[in-house]
Design a protein around this ligand. Sequence first.
Ligand code: FA5
Length: 340
Amino acid sequence: MLKQLDEILTSVAAAIAASDSLADLDSVEINVVGRKQGRLTAILKTLGGLSIEEKKIVGPRAQKVKIEIEILIAARRAELEAVSGAGLIDISEPVLPKQNYGALHPISIVREDLEKFFRSKGFLVLDGPELESEFYNFEVLNIPADHPARDMQDTFYIKDHPSLVMRTHTSGMQVRALETYGAPLAAVVPGRCFRNEATDVRHEHTFYQFEGFVVGERVTLGDLKGVLEACATHLYGPSTRVRLRPKFYPFVEPGVNGEVTCSMCGGAGCTLCKGTGWLEIFGCGMIHPEVLRAAKLDPEKVSGFAFGLGLTRIAMLKFGVGDVREFNAGDLNFLQQTIW
Ligand code: FA5
């Protein structure tokens, strides 16, 4: 039987070496170690009938032959696969279509871009509650219950909780952040806001703002302009200019509108800027002394500026979206356009 095993190993090794296709190799394998017709398998099946002494000699030798044959088959299979190309990756194949992979929402793209920009300048990125108290959304911002500014920012209220509102802007985070971190502080707050208003191509009931503020000793309107210019050139390129024009907000004094040269015509005048050459981007100003006091700071010792921009507006300009309502419509034909 030992002689027979040696003969099997020699002849099968030659057959393995001679097989020149995977199919050939498969049939050599079946003929030697196949469960039904394998020559070696047949010998292994007879081991049970041998005496104990014979088993001790033939058993290990048969196992060794089996392992050697399996090694020879595996090595030859690898060689044949390499030649045939089976199991290789073809890097010249066209990539799979990407539409099943999902994409960031256009507003997330501009939010992440601005967060990264302000983080690089040393600003904290903070999050605030969408369901806000009337106190932080209005009262601490110099907008008492009977103030006309409340009419311009009507919102959604919570039944049986008259002191809670869906926040109308991110400015409530000015006082919240100063209470938590104190001054000096430089922070930005991106977030979803809500207003109860008739919707049109520029107004939604749900939209995104991006607030920023810096509070510390000797912070000036000039600092505000510098930050707005850095932000505007980041968004629209190095030739972008910024101008400040007076605007009333109850929580800043002076209050200003930060306008940038039109991103489409560069300031010459076009349909986007309605011929003015300027786009209103930032609501901003120097934080009102009453707001600083609400944050337990002394306006004689510290000052600060704040700005707020409509993230939704920035996304409209960046992606050329004509109707703000597209962002909330959940239409895949619209959303898939940011996949690249
Ligand atoms: C404010 O909300 C102030 N909190 C901004 C501010 C911050 C002023 C800090 C001073 C200091 P305003 O109501 O103008 O301001 O809104 C700011 C921006 O939010 C707008 O320019 C606009 O881009 C966006 N926005 C406001 N209402 C809507 C709406 N209904 N739909 C879409 N975007 C809106």
